[in-house]
Design a protein around this ligand. Structure first.
Ligand SMILES: NC(=O)C1=CN([C@@H]2O[C@H](COP(=O)(O)OP(=O)(O)OC[C@H]3O[C@@H](n4cnc5c(N)ncnc54)[C@H](OP(=O)(O)O)[C@@H]3O)[C@@H](O)[C@H]2O)C=CC1
Ligand SMILES: O=C(O)C1=NCCCC1
Length: 249
């Protein structure tokens, strides 16, 4: 995933592998190579795993800030892996949830994460139980077929749809995609790579950047989906923060 931004003084590329069948090691591995944006000289080779986890969750947190309907009390996560953990951390920086619910296709994964999070968190055996009356839902699974259905979701909820990053995979059922107001990180990416968009033929209302810039409306009262695929600029900006903190010129 290459990025060049003259404005941000960034020239970098991330190489990321995804082996969903991995069991005892992470399913995603990444490195980020950063170059000087003026001379092209290599500056740093960074571990991309942590940056991928944190920048994806930070992006969802920003989307939630703009799209959530009022003060959210209940957070539901579908999936209990790396992104589930980073999303809890990022969302809890911005919001105070009274209740956090976790569903995973293997119940013990949900139980383990619920214990890590603590008091206000419960593991759920069914998706419908996890998302009932939830204000914010995060889908962070490696599912190839929908795990979240329209009739389980409270009208007006905000959903961060983070998994299903292939054109033939989907996490959200087509009825939910079509009835929600859909925001994406990149239109160009979503229409080529997101099964949730392609298979449902849902209309994309806006890029989240347009909402942040104030050129498209945040439809907070409607059910909203932020379909995230990940963008190289997120890695580039995050890598720059790391490099600056380390004092690398
Ligand atoms: N939008 C973006 O920018 C990014 C998106 N992603 C995507 O987010 C998703 C989560 O990533 P990450 O947390 O790193 O991955 P992990 O492998 O750490 O977690 C995946 C989760 O999905 C569960 N899972 C696996 N297979 C299925 C299935 N068939 N049905 C339902 N759940 C399943 C796993 O359960 P168990 O471990 O118990 O099997 C686990 O809870 C992936 O789809 C990934 O590609 C990742 C990085 C960036
Ligand atoms: O780093 C990203 O962005 C990724 N997006 C989709 C899934 C793999 C990693």
């Amino acid at each position: 995933m290459p990025v060049y931004s003259r404005e941000d003084d960034i020239l970098a590329t991330k190489i990321v592998s995804f082996f969903p069948q991995n069991k005892d090691v992470s399913t995603h591995h990444a490195v980020i190579l950063v170059f000087c944006a003026h001379t092209g000289i290599p500056k740093a080779l960074l571990d991309g795993d942590v940056i991928t986890a944190k920048r994806t969750a930070a992006t969802s947190a920003v989307a939630t800030k703009y799209l959530v309907n009022g003060k959210p009390d209940v957070l539901a996560l579908l999936g209990s892996g790396v992104q589930a953990r980073s999303h809890v951390a990022a969302l809890c920086e911005l919001f105070t949830f009274k209740e956090i619910r976790i569903w995973n296709h293997r119940f013990d994964g949900a139980v383990k994460l619920a214990k890590e999070i603590g008091l206000n968190c419960a593991a759920c055996r069914d998706v419908s139980e996890a998302v009932k009356n939830a204000d914010v839902i995060v889908t962070v699974t490696s599912a190839k077929d929908p795990v979240l259905r329209l009739d389980w979701v409270k009208p007006g909820a905000h959903i961060n749809a983070v998994g299903a990053c292939r054109p033939d995979w989907s996490e959200i059922d087509a009825d939910l995609m079509k009835s929600a107001v859909v925001y994406v990180d990149s239109r160009e990416g979503a229409i080529k790579e997101s099964g949730d968009i392609i298979l449902s033929q849902a209309e994309i209302y806006a890029e989240i950047g347009e909402v942040i810039l104030g050129t498209r409306e945040a439809m907070r009262k409607k059910t909203t989906v932020f379909k995230s695929l990940g963008m190289a600029i997120e890695d580039g900006i995050a890598a720059k923060l790391v490099i600056n903190k380390l004092g690398i010129q």
